[in-house]
Design a protein around this ligand. Structure first.
Ligand code: ASP
Ligand code: MG
Length: 450
């Protein structure tokens, strides 16, 4: 069997879902399992409802839910077969409305937020299943929540992999063996008690990977709106090229550092089984895309040691300077315990004799971290920064590479430099506004002018 996951832009409207149906039909003999995201923009719209609820604006709430409903109804009008899903969508929208009216004026709890945010996938999957059935495909709409059992860290739930494996085999295998095509949701799950959860933004890729691993898929296809993993973001570098193949490690580095094509956790469930991920463009399904697999033959692009450049904005750098670090042990541990206590994720780290610089992405929980770090030494932060990641083959074994990279980066100022033990990446921090230019200059240096 194979898993075909379609992201938001690949189900954005009737035309996109028609393309999806053709893509799945072409793969019917391979026993596909279809995993979908919400229609593009719908998750954002659902999350905005929470703000409207908090503001206590009942009229706006009604109008916003109506608009989300209308969006799905419009797709159904233009898409033969999809109307089969509309009654259920209407009922759920009405129930959502009543729940939220009852919460007017207050902030939604994380559990409530997950329940709200998950509606987009439930709705898109109903439209898709209807359209597939209409095209003669044996679609079986499946609620993934009883299968995708997670812990209760709402907004960033962790799956209980063994349970998910068992349930997926129990519930989905029989469908596949009966020659049905399950159509189900990415992004969402539920606790063992049935309380809805989500994997966090972009989490549908991770869902697809978990299901692919559970069912021993031959491959997991991630259908998106770009041609695959690229040498840089094509919106910044129009001459960016598609990588034919990539390793899991490369894909994870690129995803972590800003290439929004894949969720960073996607490869994780697939590594042990060695299941390939193929990233494909649903508007140009004839292109080969990027195949991510352990034994990937990593082609050099020209004679460049670099394979890809990505960047991520919205970064804050935290600097800690503590003379008592000199010759002391246990300092980093004490420091990282602060981050651990507040569940703040650190991306890049550079450390010297008496100072440490590190980067965090989520400014929300930063304040208590900075306060507690202040007990260890002098602390200062710099926000509006961007991480640039240069990913390549054997970077540590390439003499002169650092000077080429930093030569190209000039005149932008480089702040935190880090080279991972993996030898495949080098990351550094620049000011946010310098990010696009830095990426363009690096791309020109290593892949030729645009
Ligand atoms: N719909 C969710 C989001 O927009 C999950 C996903 O698309 O992967 O983040
Ligand atoms: Mg995505």
């Amino acid at each position: 069997m194979i898993v075909c996951k379609f992201g938001g832009t690949s189900v954005a409207d009737a035309a996109a879902i028609e393309r999806l149906v053709r893509i799945v039909a072409a793969r019917a003999a391979e026993r596909p399992l279809v995993v979908v995201s919400a229609l593009a923009g719908v998750t954002d719209g659902l999350l905005r409802l929470a703000m409207t609820v908090h503001q206590g604006d009942e009229k706006a709430l009604g109008a916003d839910i109506e608009a989300l409903l209308l969006r799905h109804e419009t797709v159904a009008l233009e898409l033969p077969g999809a109307e089969a899903g509309v009654d259920a969508i209407r009922l759920e929208a009405t129930a959502l409305h009543s729940t939220l009216v009852a919460a007017l004026g207050r902030r939604l709890r994380p559990a409530e937020l997950d329940e709200v945010a998950g509606h987009g996938e439930l709705w898109s999957s109903r439209l898709v299943a209807g359209a597939m059935a209409n095209a003669g495909l044996p679609a079986a709409w499946t609620d993934i929540r009883p299968i995708m059992v997670t812990d209760d860290r709402f907004g960033r739930a962790t799956p209980y992999v063994q349970v998910v494996n068992n349930r997926a085999r129990e519930c989905l295998k029989p469908l596949l063996e009966g020659d049905l095509i399950p159509v189900t949701q990415g992004f969402i799950g539920a606790t063992a008690d049935g309380v809805p959860t989500t994997f966090g933004r972009g989490g549908s890729d991770f869902s697809a990977a978990l299901l692919g691993a559970a069912l021993g898929a031959e491959r997991v296809e991630i259908w998106t709106d770009v041609d695959g993993l690229m040498t840089a973001d094509p919106r910044i570098v129009p001459s960016a090229r598609t990588l034919a193949a990539a390793s899991y490690e490369e894909a994870a580095e690129l995803a972590t550092f800003g290439a929004k094509v894949l969720h960073p956790a996607t490869a994780m469930p697939l590594v042990r089984a060695g299941i390939p991920i193929v990233v494909l463009n649903s508007t140009r399904p004839e292109l080969p895309g990027t195949t991510i697999e352990p034994a990937a033959e990593l082609e050099r692009i020209g004679d460049s040691p670099i394979r890809s450049i990505s960047w991520k904005r919205g970064i804050t750098v935290i600097n800690v300077r503590a003379p008592r670090m000199l010759g002391a042990y246990g300092f980093l541990r004490t420091m990282f315990e602060v981050f651990e206590r507040h569940e703040v994720v650190v991306d890049v780290l550079a450390s010297g004799e008496i100072s440490v610089s590190l980067t965090v992405e989520d400014p929300a929980r930063l304040e208590p971290v900075v306060r507690e770090l202040g007990e260890l030494g002098e602390v200062w932060t710099e926000d509006r920064r961007a991480i640039v990641a240069v990913v390549g083959i054997g970077l540590r074994r390439t003499p002169g590479l650092a000077s080429r990279i930093f030569g190209a980066v000039q005149p932008a100022n480089v702040e935190v430099i880090s080279q991972g033990a993996s030898a495949i990446n080098m990351t550094f921090v620049v000011r946010e506004e310098d990010g696009p230019d830095v990426v363009r200059r690096l791309h020109a240096e290593f892949f030729g002018a645009a």
